[in-house]
Design a protein around this ligand. Structure first.
Ligand code: PLP
Length: 441
């Protein structure tokens, strides 16, 4: 099928996009970390196409796996039937995820993976061997982002994204924003934030089905980086207070932080874990919610007991996506890509570190190839810039003029390149960020 550059119209309604005043850039092709646009520009994909691309665009092995699957079958539902490729992927996920996580429920995007985790945790307490039907609430962190479906938005704590929808949402028990940049003076960040979470758990554990946490780095909140040890502390508290632990590895999973899963940094096995984005190498829509045996076993019963998980998606476990995911996992096994990520991330942060003397750069943070640069009005007070100045947007526009695609999260400039980016490509990314901040501020 030949596609000629179509006129840009509002036929395509884009998410999180002010449709009245934006200038879309239309990609035609991709290769490695680069996209070519319909007007012939070559652009570095500094956001991994919304944080999902891992091995680069048009990786020959993933392309071949999808084509090969296409020659067999494109889609078979997993409700009542399945496809051998999807079955193999479920087994592989049980092998590569932490501890005894072993039972995968498939969906199509990260939000749906979180949605499934919420319903799974809720239903678990209704029918586990010692049911506690009053456990219907969730604890989520401040500034949490877990997706845009209604349950996921309910967990969300980012005013700008979530507040508007308050009348149609449930209210979680709201934890702290465990931010190491804005921690109060003279307190140990881990003791401080873990203590706040413990207080909430001690008050609400009887009603809590689960704690939901994005491990290590809250990406969409602006690369908020947690104190080391927080994840392990939450695991220990969940055990002590008999509350399930759900980790959202949608953004941090599949190598982003320098381990295949971020939970591995603190040797944590959650009860339920959500994956998305990088699962297929960032190729096709697929997400997964994987549970440990004690969770899965609570749903194991004959049809007459009606204990099955009351949830399912038409395209969950799609074979083309499963083929891409298997090829991506093979690539992780065949290369030392994950092992290279921490060094690459340190290199990028060190290059961007030349900005640390800039009067409007408050913090440069992140983990692995998740990098955030927080722009402030005043470094002493850490005051945020006037929102009407749109500094984040302007910096990213300036970077685009230099052929580098990055996106702001409010005043935080985010860089999340594909994990295969070379140091030479990271130099291009770093130079564009430095020059664009210098030009704008
Ligand atoms: N959870 C986290 C931590 C995310 O960062 C995102 C998306 O950015 C989601 C869930 C939602 O994923 P999706 O956009 O695929 O629905």
């Amino acid at each position: 099928m030949k596609i000629t550059a179509p006129p840009i119209t509002d036929a395509h309604w884009r998410g999180f996009t002010p449709m009245a005043d934006f200038d879309p850039i239309i990609a035609r092709e991709g290769e490695g970390c680069w996209l070519t646009t319909t007007d012939g520009r070559r652009i570095f994909d500094g956001v991994s196409s919304l944080w999902c691309n891992v091995h680069g665009h048009r990786h020959p092995k993933i392309d071949a796996a999808v084509r090969d699957q296409l020659d067999r079958v494109a889609h078979v539902t997993t409700l009542g039937m399945s496809c051998e490729t999807t079955e193999e992927l479920a087994i592989r996920l049980a092998e590569i995820t932490p501890g005894d996580l072993g039972h995968t429920f498939f969906s199509s995007d990260g939000s749906s993976a979180v949605e499934a985790a919420l319903k799974m945790a809720f239903q678990y307490w209704q029918q586990c061997p010692s049911p506690q039907p009053q456990k219907t609430q969730f604890l989520a962190l401040g500034s949490a982002y877990h997706g845009d479906t209604t349950g996921a938005v309910s967990l969300g704590g980012i005013k700008y994204f979530h507040q508007l929808f308050a009348p149609i949402l449930f209210s979680p028990v709201r934890g702290p924003v465990p931010c190491t940049y804005r921690v109060p003076d003279k307190v140990d960040p881990l003791t401080h934030y873990a203590g706040q979470i413990e207080t909430l758990l001690s008050h609400h554990h009887d009603q809590l089905a689960a704690v939901v946490i994005e491990p290590l780095v809250q990406g969409a909140a602006g690369m908020i980086t947690h104190p080391a040890g927080l994840l392990a502390a939450v695991r220990e508290m969940c055990d002590r207070y008999n509350v399930l632990m759900i980790t959202d590895e949608v953004a941090v999973g599949f190598g982003r932080t320098g381990r295949l899963f971020a939970s591995e940094h603190e040797s944590v096995t959650p009860d339920i874990m959500c994956m998305g984005k990088g699962l297929t190498g960032g190729y096709l829509p697929m997400a997964a919610t994987i549970a440990r045996p004690h969770v899965f076993d609570a749903f194991l019963a004959p049809a007459t007991d009606s204990k099955q998980f009351f949830h399912g998606h038409t395209f969950g476990g799609n074979p083309l996506a499963a083929a891409a995911a298997l090829a991506s996992i093979d690539l992780f096994n065949e290369t030392n890509l994950v092992e290279s990520v921490e060094a690459k991330g340190d290199y990028l942060r060190q290059r961007i570190g030349t900005l640390s003397g800039h009067s409007n750069v408050g913090d440069i943070r992140g983990r692995g190839l998740m990098v955030g640069i927080e722009i402030v009005a005043d470094r002493e007070t850490k005051a945020s810039p006037d929102p009407s100045h749109q500094v984040g947007r302007k910096v990213c526009q300036a970077a685009m003029e230099r052929g580098v695609w990055i996106r702001p999260l409010s005043d935080v400039i985010v860089a999340m390149p594909p994990l295969v980016a070379t140091n030479e490509e990271l130099d291009i990314l770093a130079d564009a960020i430095i020059e664009s901040i210098d030009q704008t501020l």
